[in-house]
Design a protein around this ligand. Structure first.
Ligand code: ZN
Length: 305
């Protein structure tokens, strides 16, 4: 081997080492860059979810998120439509060709319950009330009216205090049992339908929500989230028209729609929106407004399935 050949050979040998090494190095750098990007993206997603979920579900969002009722609910509908579309058959499947719409009122009874019940009676519509525990004398007839007038009496929470009920499985069970017994003593109805305060996808619970869902399943109770938010959870003012728009804008896309509304004394817009909302739903083809029953397909934001 002459000197030229030897140098050539040495170079080839070096290249054979350098090329794979640098390839590995480049791949490693790429992995790190992609990993950092993924981490950032996940963090942003989590932040966005935390912003969005309590805004719609808990109704305790900061003012900025709630300034526009339309904006507020447009995102809410999108969010939950994605969650429920494949699992819960919320996308039209024309099972019996009838679209089922459930009006659900959280947080009552309140100073507005009577009026809500009057409007429902006027339109001969049955709804579902996810109530809280209120011992004051003036509220007792309202629990009874809900039952007597054919609506579904369902459980929300006795105290509705997130920091108490979501402390542990025991505290949730204690609160719910207290409500169940209170409602039984008041109306004679043993309620089996629940709605978690903030929904099953709330981000405030200290207990894993799957544990609480487990409990409900053990007790043969069902929970119902929603796939349409009226936007009336906002603490800022929302016009009755915005509530109607929010509630109906995407209704055509669902074969089954559970609309989230609130029964609270500071939510007059909901009461004012109700006649128009009912009229618009009733004007839709092949659409029925129904109370939640055992036949209702539950909408779940999260589930144990
Ligand atoms: Zn509530």
């Amino acid at each position: 081997m002459d000197a030229g050949q030897d140098a050539h050979f040495q170079l080839m040998k070096r290249l054979l080492v350098i090329i794979p090494l640098s390839t590995i190095l480049i791949l490693l750098v790429l992995c790190v860059v992609l990993g950092v990007n993924l981490y950032e993206a996940k963090r942003e997603l989590r932040a966005l979810r935390e912003q969005a979920a309590p805004a719609m579900a808990v109704g305790q969002a900061s003012g900025a998120e709630e300034q526009s009722g339309e904006l507020y609910t447009a995102s809410g509908v999108n969010e939950f439509r994605r969650d429920v579309s494949d699992e819960d058959g919320a996308v039209p499947d024309a099972e019996d060709g009838i679209r089922k719409v459930y009006l659900t009122f959280d947080d009552g009874p309140s100073g507005n319950t009577g009026e809500i019940l009057d409007i429902l009676a006027e339109y001969d519509v049955k709804a579902t009330f996810f109530v809280v525990g209120k011992e004051e004398e003036k509220y007792q007839p309202l629990y009874k009216r809900i039952v007597e007038e054919g609506h579904t009496l369902a459980m929300h929470s006795y105290s509705h205090k997130y920091n108490e009920i979501y402390q542990s499985r025991e505290s949730y069970v204690e609160d719910l049992t207290k409500l169940q017994e209170f409602l039984y003593n008041t109306t004679g109805v043993w309620c089996r339908y629940c709605r978690f305060p903030g929904g099953s996808s709330n981000t405030v619970s200290r207990v894993d929500m799957h544990e609480l869902i487990d409990y409900l399943e053990e007790q043969d109770m069902s929970y119902f989230d929603w796939n349409v938010s009226s936007g009336d959870a906002s603490s800022a003012y929302i016009s009755p028209d915005a509530i109607v728009r929010n509630s109906t804008a995407r209704l055509q896309e669902f074969q089954e729609a559970i609309i989230l509304l609130h029964d609270a004394s500071d939510k007059d817009s909901t009461v004012e929106a109700l006649p128009k909302l009912i009229e618009q739903i009733q004007a839709m083809e092949d659409t029925k407004i129904l109370p939640i029953t055992d036949d209702t397909e539950a909408i779940h934001h999260i589930s144990n399935d």
